[in-house]
Design a protein around this ligand. Structure first.
Ligand SMILES: [Zn+2]
Length: 375
């Protein structure tokens, strides 16, 4: 297994998350909306005829079921040789960030594993109850009591499996659909179809939730919609950048600063050009990177006559010109991201989130990747 325990593994690429714990060596992070949902469910779960302790057991069991679902994904992808960098828990389930993009056939099995784990839990619990002859009929489950706790946990798992098998992004069923479609069309087209199904589903759910005044359904629909949009953007970006080196998309005409320049000079340069990030040079060598935010902070705290050397980032992100664009796309996806493209110690270009999105736009309009710039 490649030992690319990269810096990306330490810091999440998804903002608004808190680190929780490690699961089979995979860092698990909770998205803040997941915590909101947990609080909401706890408040909601306090009613009914069940005791407080059993309400807690019920919620813990469902949370455990969702975790097992994610563990199943991670375990199968590990078997197929795809390492999971992190799992982020969203209200509608977890999203596993993988080290590399799985091939359609791998994606099929990885995606199926999660819902399968929930089906396995449900059938095990129901089978055990059936063997004991103590199975409570379905209509009685509407009234939550301590006595039907196990049936409700089984039902919860059936619902988790069914929901995740919906053939629409960002659900596992959407990935399964895409992996099947991708065997007979391009991955990009397959992704568009699965994402369109996701938006359609979200719209239907949202409408139903609003008409029936079910807040939770609207909430879930909102996340399905966001997830579908994000997934399709990420997958289309991947399809458009795979196999293309950083050098094809980088900015090659840019200004640099000298490490003895003042912040005032940097600010003027930022106004005169449209550049926001400046490599800082010292005797032909790059010594740092001055970004827009660092520049503004320096003006506010130190004044405009201080030197850029004091405000610049010395530990800046660097990329090799031959790095695959698809590989670094998640790290460059947030606004304001900038990396220096270095061939050994020589600065050859800049890669920013903005020019990357321009590049993606050009690719979407059919521009070929290997084009050479006029000298
Ligand atoms: Zn899943």
């Amino acid at each position: 297994m490649p030992n690319s325990a990269s810096a990306a593994g330490r810091e999440s690429s998804v903002s608004g998350t808190v680190a929780a714990f490690r699961l089979l060596g995979v860092p698990l992070r909770l998205h803040f909306t997941f915590i909101l949902l947990a609080v909401f469910l706890i408040v909601l779960g306090l009613g009914g005829e069940q005791s407080l302790a059993m309400s807690a057991v019920y919620l813990a069991a469902l949370f455990g079921s969702v975790l097992l679902h994610e563990v199943a994904h991670a375990a199968v992808s590990r078997r197929l040789g795809v390492r999971t960098l992190e799992i982020v828990m969203f209200p509608i389930g977890g999203v596993a960030r993988l080290e590399r993009n799985p091939k359609p056939q791998e994606e099929f099995w990885i995606s199926l594993a999660g819902p399968f784990a929930n089906l396995l839990i449900a059938t095990t619990v129901l089978g055990w109850l059936y063997a004991r002859g103590s199975l409570v009929p379905l209509p009685e489950l509407w009234n939550a009591t301590d006595a039907n706790l196990l049936e409700r946990i089984a039902l919860g798992n059936l619902l988790l499996a069914a929901f995740n098998l919906l053939p629409a992004f960002p659900m596992d069923g959407g990935r399964i659909l895409r992996s099947i479609l991708a065997t007979r069309m391009s991955e990009e087209r397959a992704t568009r179809i699965a994402a369109r199904a996701g938006r359609f589903l979200a719209f239907g759910m949202g409408l139903y939730g609003l008409l029936s005044m079910q807040f939770l359904v609207v909430f879930v629909a909102f996340f399905v919609y966001l997830g579908a949009a994000q997934e399709s953007a990420a997958a289309i970006g991947r399809a458009l950048t795979q196999g293309i080196p950083v050098r094809d998309a980088m900015v090659t005409r840019f200004h640099t600063l000298h490490h003895g320049d003042t912040i005032a000079i940097a600010a003027r340069l930022m106004l005169e050009s449209s550049q926001q990030d400046f490599p800082v040079m010292h005797g032909g060598q790059v010594v740092g990177l001055l970004g827009r935010n660092s520049l503004l902070r320096a003006i506010a705290t130190e004044g405009q006559e201080t030197y850029v050397a004091g405000a610049m980032e010395r530990d800046f992100p660097r990329l090799a010109p031959d790095t695959d664009l698809a590989e670094i796309l998640p790290r460059m996806a947030h606004a304001g991201a900038c990396a220096l493209v270095m061939d050994e110690e020589a600065l050859v270009g800049l890669l920013t989130a903005e020019n990357l999105s321009e590049y993606l736009l050009l690719r979407r309009f059919g521009m070929t990747p290997g084009y050479t710039r006029p000298a």
